[in-house]
Ligand binder design. Structure first.
Ligand SMILES: C[S@@+](CC[C@H](N)C(=O)[O-])C[C@H]1O[C@@H](n2cnc3c(N)ncnc32)[C@H](O)[C@@H]1O
Length: 274
């Protein structure tokens, strides 16, 4: 449980972690590596890499746009906006203050920025009895399984190498922040194979960031029943029609009527009433 008054030092630390995962301190010199999309580009990039040269876009990040989530970075540890990171902080601080039991999970972590923030918040408040679960394939999004999930037809995220971030890379990112320890647990694999049997017992915050109908549903079905009353579900991709459809299908099926709260006009969350 958090004391009523968090100190300025705790808030400053959390603010700095948020700025770091968005790469804000280095945004003016940020170069975004050209992605190996297409055979010709792959060959050129590989040839340069062989002699130690990484080709990058001269386009640099824009500070104000990064804060608002309008700026897409290939190197920042999180794709989220500052507003969405503030929302992660708000949900975590609320459950800690109100002593809502359970751990924290993000399903779909990519480079790990928001789970790094989660671990940082636990560290700031010296919370030692809760875990941050880090769930991802660590090989990008699956190709749409149209037979089972026709709602994902046409999705092409799996063709984008950008989301293919290895477990080792994410682990190393945690280490770079001094935040890798046994309060961080990885769940590697496709959600349909892992989340049903993962050793997660109780959750206080469930953050969904898997983009697809399949990835949203495969996370909600096993994990929502483990969410404590008073806990939060955060839906990063509510603006994407397949994800939104999965959310509404699940809520309708389970009779969930807890109201949505918008985070920034695109992502939403709700608080589980019981
Ligand atoms: C948009 S990115 C997540 C961004 C991240 N939350 C951040 O802070 O930047 C989506 C991630 O979800 C993962 N993912 C999507 N569907 C998945 C599935 N069905 N099983 C496992 N991982 C999945 C991808 O590998 C990718 O890393």
């Amino acid at each position: 449980m958090l004391s009523n008054s968090t100190t300025q030092a705790q808030q400053l630390y959390i603010d700095l972690v948020k700025r770091c995962v968005l790469n804000l301190p280095y945004i003016d010199v940020e170069l975004n590596p050209i992605q190996p999309v297409g055979a010709f580009r792959k060959l050129i990039l590989k040839t340069f890499l062989r002699v130690g040269i990484q080709l990058a876009h001269s386009r640099r990040g824009q500070y104000n746009q990064r804060i608002n989530g309008m700026d897409f970075s290939d190197v920042a540890h999180s794709m989220l906006s500052m507003v969405r990171l503030d929302n992660v902080q708000y949900c975590m601080e609320t459950v800690l203050q109100e002593n809502i039991p359970g751990d924290f999970i993000e399903t779909g972590v990519m480079r790990g920025g928001s789970v790094i923030l989660m671990r940082g918040i636990l560290k700031a408040y010296n919370v030692t009895d809760r875990t941050v679960w880090v769930a991802d394939s660590f090989e990008g999004l699956p190709a749409p399984n149209v037979e089972k999930y026709p709602q994902d037809e046409g999705a092409a995220w799996h063709l984008r190498p950008l989301t293919e971030v290895s477990e080792e890379y994410v682990r190393r990112n945690f280490e770079r922040y001094g935040l890798f320890d046994d309060q961080v647990q990885f769940i590697k694999g496709w959600f349909c194979d892992t989340l049903g049997t993962a050793p997660v017992e109780q959750l206080a915050v469930l953050r969904l960031d898997g983009d697809l109908y399949e990835s949203t549903m495969d996370a909600l079905v096993p994990l929502y029943p483990k969410l404590s009353g008073g806990g939060f579900v955060i839906v990063d991709d509510y603006n994407l029609p397949p994800c939104r459809k999965a959310i509404h299908d699940y809520r309708d099926r389970e009779g969930i009527t807890d109201p949505f709260v918008t985070i920034d006009g695109a992502g939403v969350y709700w608080r589980k009433s019981s």
